[in-house]
Design a protein around this ligand. Structure first.
Ligand SMILES: [Zn+2]
Length: 540
């Protein structure tokens, strides 16, 4: 399990108003902490899967070890069709279960005593859902490389890890550690999470035994099978010597050796801003896959064609986006925000994507300077839709607006301006990774931590940017030496200060929804709102 701090899930009403979708019973079974989930706490998974690429078929088992929190006899395990459960056992005895779609309710025979550690073993098999557009519409990607060899990968964020293996498919609870044992055809290799302990040779196949010694979220678990070559290095980081290993298709070794020089540069920049890489014990890996990329913990998957930008494109349109490999930096940034600090409910996915989109600008800041970083993050505003709130709907596995990326990053960039002390801001970012180390969190915990450590009450600020789709509008008037101003388009009580430039010199103003005025020494000729704040403005 992960240590869970006690802040309750955020009250529902704030964000759900904008979601028109009708949710089903299956959405609730997938997205809520049901009574059949809440009474037991995950300790350990031992997942064994044989993958047969020729047949697009998998079979295997997962041992689920848990601690009993409350004495209950009915346990929910998740596995999505068309995969089927073949058998479930506890201490060698067969158990019965009832299925409701993808949720399976197991009746345990053995009395479950509080504090006891028990295991069930779930056997399963079938042809898993094939990815349509990985990683967004994920599942199994069954591809071939240029030499005609199988190239196979899993991706399942949002969709759920139960698309390919049986588990407790809710993000609030994580195992403390995990074994992943993947059997592949002889001429291929599997790269999963954590460390490779051993390879066992079978008659017609090999089994790769991987071990993750840290808490891991279930969508972070992955299989990658291909004709891989390996190279690696050691990085001297904040917590000592870190193994950095790279697995790419045989034909791409040369390109990768050049492009992955950015990996230690990433580590240097992000450790500076976020603190030590959170999984030294498991190492860090980049693994080539046949889709753009995903933040699989300690085996970050990469499919960006060994190009800078996002598939060669600058998402900021400023030029700075071509100075680095977007996927390498972004997906690695998730090691801090997604894998170290993990949302309990996907409605709070901005905690992953907002901070990680922001990490791109921190990489630019570290290597190219503050001005370049500002231009980059401001440039990404071109991707913002302001269509609906960033926070989604709780308890039904529903993420919010795609604005969680660029708008989330620009919201954090605005907080940096409010803090107005870069060392303090860095301390806050590092503090988040220490305070919530290896934990699952709610957005409220993150919001309160930033308010408390910055000394600025950001309650309305976060409501504005996370729970409302509107962008604050500063309206102003100039009367000689006097500037009048107010905000519109804001939630009640929103009062973010702004840095302006008046006749070329900087000054702070403190707008609210009421008209206020401020007098200057000379007639006001020129008013500029500091573009680092994410607001709109107009003279009226
Ligand atoms: Zn991301």
């Amino acid at each position: 399990m992960k240590k869970i701090t006690t802040t309750l899930l955020l009250a529902i009403g704030l964000s759900s108003f904008s979601q028109q979708k009708n949710y089903t019973e299956q959405d609730s079974l997938r997205g809520s902490i049901t009574p059949e989930r809440s009474w037991w706490d995950l300790n350990f998974y031992n997942l064994s899967v044989e993958v047969k690429p020729d047949e697009k078929y998998i079979s295997g088992s997962n041992i689920i070890r848990y601690t009993v929190l409350e004495e209950q006899q009915r346990l929910q395990v998740d596995l999505q069709t068309p995969l089927i459960i073949e058998k479930i056992t506890q201490e060698g005895k067969d158990l019965k279960w009832e299925s409701n779609g993808n949720a399976h309710f197991v009746t345990l025979k053995k009395p479950q005593r509080k504090g006891e550690v028990n295991e069930i073993k779930v056997y399963y098999s079938g042809h898993p859902k094939e990815a349509v557009r990985a990683p967004w519409d994920g599942g199994f990607s069954w591809k071939k490389d240029n030499n005609g060899k199988h190239f196979v990968a899993t991706s399942c964020q949002g969709l759920g890890a139960s698309v390919w293996w049986p588990n407790k498919d809710h993000m609030y609870d994580e195992v403390d550690s995990m074994a992943i044992n993947i059997t592949t055809p002889k001429d291929l290799m599997d790269v999963s999470n954590g460390r490779l302990l051993k390879v066992v040779e079978n008659k017609d196949s090999n089994t790769y035994h991987w071990y993750v010694s840290n808490p891991i979220n279930n969508y972070g678990v992955n299989i990658n099978i291909g004709d891989y070559v390996h190279f690696g290095e050691f990085y001297n980081g904040e917590k000592g010597k870190l193994a950095m290993d790279y697995y790419v298709l045989r034909d791409n070794e040369e390109k990768a050796k050049e492009q992955f020089k950015q990996a230690p540069m990433m580590m240097e920049a992000l450790e500076h801003w976020f603190g030590p890489y959170p999984f030294y014990e498991d190492g860090y890996k980049l693994v080539e896959v046949p889709y753009p990329g995903m933040e699989h913990q300690s085996s970050v998957t990469y499919g960006n064609q060994f190009k800078n930008g996002y598939l060669g494109r600058d998402v900021s349109k400023t030029g700075w986006g071509l100075k680095f490999d977007f996927i390498l930096i972004h997906e690695s940034g998730h090691e801090w925000f997604a894998n170290n600090i993990t949302y309990k409910d996907i409605a709070d996915m901005w905690v992953h994507e907002g901070f990680t989109a922001y990490s791109e600008n921190l990489y630019v800041d570290y290597h190219f300077g503050k001005e370049a970083a500002s231009e980059y993050v401001i440039g990404t505003r071109g991707n913002i839709q302001n269509d609906k709130p960033i926070i989604g709907t709780y308890d039904v596995n529903q993420r919010g607006s795609g604005d969680m990326y660029s708008k989330g990053a620009n919201m954090l960039h605005s907080i940096r301006q409010l803090v107005d002390d870069d060392e303090k801001w860095r301390t806050i970012l590092r503090g988040l990774n220490r305070e919530f180390y290896h934990q699952t969190v709610t957005t409220k915990q993150i919001e309160e931590y930033i308010s408390n450590t910055s000394g600025i009450d950001l309650t309305q600020f976060f409501d504005q940017y996370l729970r409302n789709a509107k962008i604050p509008m500063l309206e102003y008037q100039v009367n000689g030496k006097q500037l009048r101003f107010r905000y519109t388009n804001i939630v009640n009580g929103f009062d973010m200060p702004l840095r302006l430039s008046i006749n070329g010199s900087e000054d702070w103003v403190y707008p609210t929804s009421d008209w206020k005025s401020k007098s200057f020494k000379k007639d006001i000729q020129l008013v500029n709102v500091d573009k680092n704040f994410y607001v709109e403005y107009k003279k009226i």
